[in-house]
Ligand binder design. Structure first.
Ligand code: NAD
Ligand code: DAU
Length: 349
């Protein structure tokens, strides 16, 4: 597994090790974010987890790990993931997301050929590769053509194409999944939901980009983990699968809902929604993402178990229970530098 210290990867490792008693996870992660060290400490409490710090672009290291642990399955979560960062600093997105995925595919191809093993490679992709939809357009299926519009989504689309090329050219057992916006424990507070929670806790303004009417489809991370598990267990090589929450809403409505929950949980003198502040828009901001999930529903009988209310409650509670984790990030010098840089880029004070 790669990127297993991050938000979705760490949740997936916990899910997988609880489900499967004979799986051992080797977790290759570069630890690019503060908060990672605490995530590893909790993952290391799992007996069948081995952490390796390193870069997925490092072919020697990847080759060595594959051989040392006789790896038979790769799930590639590792990526640069924040769209705003990809606009300010696209270079690292191309390195990690494109060259990193290529390195993993190539090292896996060589190692599995040498070991005479038919390994499995699962690429974690995103709904963003399909591009932006209008509110009235039908949701994207697995056959919708790619139309990425940010450096982040273009780099993820490139990685997908490489993975598909390795299936067709080398007959490697490749699967792919496109997921909508996740939320839940351990998401880094640069993303909308944890950023809103962190700012509410500090009585700071919540920046809403543009008119706030952009639509995202929200999925609780545990539901994503369950779908991934089913795809890894029963998915077909060469196939891709959409995993969506069927939970579309505007950013403004989502943030207002979190504010309303805070009004109940931690009543203050004024309603928390007064902290919402419209700020300049994200350049090239995609208006709407939406995924059709008929395929996973039909093949795996999978459907999201969490509605937004229960998912948000669990998420908010996790952050309230882990204020030390949040604090260690919010006071980190690199994080503060990013916040400053992002604000300057967007012309905010
Ligand atoms: P995250 O940013 O929380 O985690 C990414 C992890 O990758 C981090 O632990 C980081 O240290 C690691 N990493 C980054 N560069 C690396 C490198 N060069 N070598 C090794 N490790 C490296 O992201 P996430 O939200 O958990 O996303 C995981 C995957 O899911 C990504 O591929 C992302 O594109 C995809 N995805 C995310 C969402 C979402 O809503 N969060 C939705 C759809 C798809
Ligand atoms: O759709 C899946 C994608 O979801 C993943 O592939 C990405 O890795 C993940 O970061 C996420 O991308 P988004 O750009 O949709 O997520 P983000 O949380 O950054 O923003 C969600 C929406 O909220 C988006 O329309 C931008 C807006 N936003 C975001 C932030 C951080 C704001 O209005 N204000 C903010 O401060």
């Amino acid at each position: 597994m790669t990127g297993g210290v991050g938000f979705i990867g760490s949740n997936f490792i916990n899910y997988l090790l609880e489900k499967e008693s004979r799986v051992h996870v080797v977790n290759l992660d570069l630890l690019i974010y503060p908060g990672g060290v605490q995530n590893i400490a909790s993952l290391n409490r799992q007996p069948r987890h081995t952490f390796a710090q390193g870069d997925i672009c490092d072919s020697a290291l990847v080759g060595e790990l594959l051989k040392k642990y006789a790896v038979d399955t790769i799930v590639n979560f590792a990526a640069e993931t924040h769209v705003d960062r990809s606009i300010v600093e696209p270079d690292q997105f191309i390195k990690t997301n494109v060259h990193g995925t290529f390195t993993l595919l190539e090292e896996a191809r060589k190692y599995w050929a040498l070991a005479g093993m038919r390994g499995r490679f699962h690429q974690i992709s995103t709904d963003e590769v399909f591009g932006s939809l209008n509110p009235e357009e039908a949701a994207c299926t697995e056959r919708t053509p790619y139309h990425p519009r940010s450096p982040y989504s273009a780099s993820k689309a490139s990685a997908d194409l490489l993975a598909q090329a390795y299936f067709h050219t080398y007959q490697m057992a490749i699967t792919l999944s496109h997921c909508s916006n996740n939320y839940g424990p351990r998401q880094f507070p640069e993303k909308l939901i944890p950023l809103t929670i962190a700012n509410l806790l500090q009585a700071q303004e919540i920046p809403i980009y543009g008119d706030g009417l952009q639509i995202r489809d929200w999925l609780y991370v545990e539901d994503h983990c369950e779908a991934l598990y089913l795809i890894l267990r029963d998915g077909q090589a060469g196939e891709s699968y959409n995993i969506g929450g069927e939970n579309q809403m505007t950013n403004l409505e989502l943030v207002e809902r979190i504010c309303a929950r805070f009004d109940q949980l931690r009543p203050a003198l004024k309603p928390y929604r007064q902290l919402i502040k419209r700020v300049s828009d994200r350049p090239g901001h995609d208006r709407r993402y939406a995924l059709a999930i008929a395929k996973v529903r039909q093949i795996f009988q999978w459907t999201p178990k969490h509605g937004l209310e229960s998912g948000l409650d669990k998420t908010i509670q996790w952050y309230l229970d882990h204020l030390d984790w949040l604090d260690s990030i919010l006071t980190d010098a690199a994080y503060l530098q990013w916040v400053k840089q992002n604000y300057e880029f967007r012309g905010q004070g």
